[in-house]
Design a protein around this ligand. Structure first.
Ligand SMILES: C[S@@+](CC[C@H](N)C(=O)[O-])C[C@H]1O[C@@H](n2cnc3c(N)ncnc32)[C@H](O)[C@@H]1O
Length: 379
């Protein structure tokens, strides 16, 4: 994850985990918009795309996105063949000209190989709308064409922003991203760098580091703090969801930050995060010290994060701050937990006679934007 060319060596363990999370995040996200009425276009942007592979032939993010978009049994291609009014467009960008040329070749090769195996045997491949640009991130994000797509209500956008270091997702870029309709994004950031050089002008140029309490926190918490920093930029009246995943490599902490304006987007991302961290859903390094490394049996640690969030939910329900299942499920989601934890708390409170339900009780904890609502009263 250093600034040396990532594609000129074998991807290390941290990079492979990052790519796995990108992949599974996209795998969850993409089908949602294949079946969302009113969507006419799906734009998949990888704006720091690299050249396509590492030196061992492991696919990088653009190739992963192309492969995922087909579906493991070409089911997504099949869906797109049926929906003539829905188009998928890939926008790959790589500043380095040589890498961009290599990427173009790799994308083409991947598409030729896919076509040769395609069970649908169609002339006009639904995944062929692919553009590889070689511009800077700034040039792309300031272009009229890009912004037209970003602002379009009928276009669903997935942005993968795998920058080197820390500089590209500025406050302005972040605020612009969160204001775009039907847009989810995931970006990488080297949080240790911000912590280590927090007093340097070269960092203060990008982050108001005096607002980040590095002094009273552990080094391993730095990526959570950076995510909080971005969270603090979100206007108070805006419904928005942000979650982070810390990736430790050697003594350094990097991480991913995912943003969505829709609870379903966040449900999907949290599902991936909790798959990779069964204790806190946000790191590969035991941030909450719930489990010893090397423990024999998975699940034998303590789930401090879940316990803490459940306690907060219980208190909020009993004080009346949470007064419906919808509020409770969203509360859990915003705390970085899967909404099922709310259901578990409510079942216990109900069993103990501490609350009563008005409306029809249900245990739904996914697709919470569509949950049949009930209200909670305290006797
Ligand atoms: C971390 S690598 C991306 C790796 C890629 N996601 C993969 O899986 O192989 C970052 C890439 O962004 C490119 N890059 C650096 N600064 C850029 C900028 N300002 N605009 C666009 N690309 C940039 C680099 O040349 C590098 O290939």
């Amino acid at each position: 994850m250093s600034e040396k060319d990532i594609n000129k060596k074998a991807f290390d363990e941290g990079t492979l985990l990052k790519l796995k999370i990108f992949q599974e995040c996209f795998r969850e996200w993409f089908p949602v918009f294949l079946y969302t009425p009113g969507i006419e276009r799906i734009c998949i942007y990888d704006l720091f795309a690299g050249s396509g592979y590492d030196t061992e032939g492991n696919p990088g993010s653009p190739i992963i996105l192309l492969e995922e978009a087909r579906g493991n049994e070409y089911q997504h291609c099949s869906r797109l063949n049926q929906c003539k009014n829905l188009k998928v467009i890939f926008g790959f960008n790589e500043k380095n000209k040589k890498k961009a040329t290599l990427l173009r070749e790799n994308v083409e090769r991947s598409q030729v190989s896919c076509k040769s195996k395609c069970p649908l045997r169609v002339e006009d491949c639904v995944m062929s709308r692919t553009a590889v640009a070689s511009q800077t991130f700034d040039e792309i994000t300031q272009s009229i064409r890009f912004n037209a797509f970003m602002q379009d209500e009928k276009t669903a956008k997935f942005l993968l922003l795998d920058q080197y270091g820390i500089k590209e997702i500025t406050e302005t870029v972040f605020l612009s991203l969160i204001s775009c309709p039907k847009t989810d994004f995931i970006f990488f950031i080297s949080s240790s760098t911000i912590r280590r050089f927090s007093n340097e002008p070269s960092i203060k140029k990008y982050f108001e580091t005096e607002k980040i309490d590095f002094d009273n926190s552990k080094p391993k918490e730095c990526h959570r703090l950076i995510a909080d920093y971005y969270r603090s930029l979100i206007p108070h009246d805006k419904e928005y969801y942000l979650h982070s995943f810390t990736i430790k490599k050697d003594a350094n902490f990097y991480g991913l930050i995912f943003g969505s304006s829709h609870s379903l987007g966040m449900e999907k991302f949290l599902k991936v995060c909790w798959k990779y961290d069964k204790y806190s859903g946000d790191s590969n390094c035991n941030l909450d010290e719930d489990h010893d490394f090397g423990i024999l049996f998975e699940g034998s640690g303590t789930r401090h994060k879940i316990d803490a969030v459940k306690k907060e939910i219980r208190e909020a329900v009993l004080s009346g701050t949470i007064s419906s299942n919808k509020e409770g499920l969203l509360f859990a989601l915003k705390k970085g937990c899967l909404p099922i934890v709310f259901v578990e708390v409510i079942q216990e409170l109900k069993k103990n006679g501490e609350i009563t339900i008005s409306g029809i009780f249900n245990r739904q904890s996914t697709k919470i934007h569509q949950v049949p609502e009930y209200h909670i009263t305290r006797p």
